[in-house]
Write a protein that binds this ligand. Structure first.
Ligand code: TYC
Length: 102
């Protein structure tokens, strides 16, 4: 195998190992104390929802106990959970936010 390409064989095995990232649902939990308006602000600020969507999701959580805010790759979902919990704590609201693999 003479010439300058003699050691350039590429083994393309990597391809089959590449999977799409696993996705995680970010979920808000209902409680009796966090004001509805605060939850709407959270959904607008951290989950890019408009006011109507945010109100719909908040009411679903209020009625059903929990609701999905969005679905993200693992590290983004974890950051959203941290940001929401920190923001709720700063404002002394007990709002809880969790993530679940979907
Ligand atoms: N249940 C709350 C109230 O009546 C409102 C609320 C909605 C709280 C959604 C948390 O994730 C939540 N003020």
């Amino acid at each position: 195998m003479p010439g300058k390409f003699r050691e350039s064989t590429v083994v393309e095995r990597q391809q089959s190992k590449v999977k799409p990232p696993s996705m995680f649902k970010v979920i808000l939990l209902n409680d009796d104390y966090t004001p509805m308006e605060f939850v709407v602000i959270v959904l607008q600020q951290f989950f890019s929802r408009n006011r109507e969507q945010a109100t719909e999701i908040m009411l679903k959580v209020h009625r059903e106990g929990r609701g999905i805010c969005g679905v993200y790759p693992k590290d983004i979902a974890a950051t959203k959970v941290e940001q929401v919990v920190a923001f709720a704590n700063e404002h002394q609201h007990p709002l809880q936010c969790v993530m679940e693999e979907s």
